[in-house]
Structures are given as C-alpha cells and as structure tokens.
Design a protein around this ligand. Structure first.
Ligand code: MG
Length: 159
C-alpha cells in the first residue's frame, strides 16, 4: 500500500451581507466570507490537502477565480471534482482531519452537519473526518474576527 499525506490551508475575509458557508453548511449570520466562489475556506483547505497529497496543483489552478463559471459556486462541487481527480489517479481517501480558526460565530452546534456534508462530497464516513474549531484567542486579525481560516490534513492510499 502506497500512502500519501497532504496539507491544506485557506483564509477568507469576513464581510457584511454575504452568506457564511463553512463545510457546506450555511450559517444564520448577517456576515459571511468574501470570495469568488461561496468562499468556504474549510472546504478549500480540504481540497488543497487532497490535491497536495496527490502531487497535483492547488485549487486556484483547477478553479481559477477569474473564471465566471466558478462565481459563487457551491464549494462542495469543487470538492467532488477534486475527489474525482485523485480517484482517477487510483487514490482512495483514508481520512481527513480539519481545524477551523474562527472568533465568530459559534461553530460547535454545526459540526455534525458539516461532517455530514463533507462525508457526502468525499465518500468518507463521518468517523473518518476529524473536525474541530478553535478561536485565535483574540490575537491578530483572526482574533479580531476579520477572517476565518482552516487547516486540513488528509491521507490518501493507493493499492
Ligand atoms: Mg479559498
């Protein structure tokens, strides 16, 4: 068995008047993440971890933010395409471990729904996805609630 580890990181600014989508779940807030797509930084970090594990270019290359086809796109669609890309190369996803860094909103009550959405898009089981949220303890721009960031680590295997 050939194992490959990948890491992904993403950050998007919080702005008024955009829907807040994280891990495929829309939160009930009057602010959201700014970006060309739905700006779901958690899903983007996961995409980059999967692509990185397979030695492929990052999602900015696969889905350029200058392409109108990706304007406000649901990032679960991007994730599904990324999984299809590595599946084509013969890889299986083994597990993913994800961390959200957000001063606001409260994330904990949405973790189960986010895991379910990400499981659906990746084909992983819910218990093969680790998902947790932390604050930045008030430090820096993340700590002031100006942005939300996410880290992802994945393991791929190939027979
Ligand atoms: Mg992004």
């Amino acid at each position: 068995m050939n194992f490959r580890i990948g890491h992904g990181y993403d950050i998007h600014r919080l702005v008024p008047g955009r829907p807040l989508v994280l891990g495929g779940v829309t939160f009930d807030t009057d602010y959201g993440l700014d970006g060309h797509s739905d700006a779901d930084c958690l899903t983007h970090a996961l995409c980059d971890a999967i692509l990185g594990a397979a030695g492929l270019p990052d999602i900015g290359i696969f889905f350029p933010n200058t392409d109108p086809a990706f304007k406000n796109i649901n990032s679960q669609k991007l994730l599904q395409r990324v999984v299809a890309e590595v599946t084509k190369l013969g890889y299986d996803l083994v597990n993913a471990d994800l961390t959200i860094i957000a001063e606001k909103p409260k994330i904990a009550t949405h973790l189960t729904a986010m895991k379910a959405a990400l499981a659906q898009s990746t084909g992983l089981l819910s218990d093969e996805i680790g998902l947790k949220a932390t604050t930045n303890e008030g430090v820096g721009d993340l700590g002031r609630g100006l942005a939300i960031a996410a880290h992802a680590v994945v393991l791929l295997s190939k027979k």
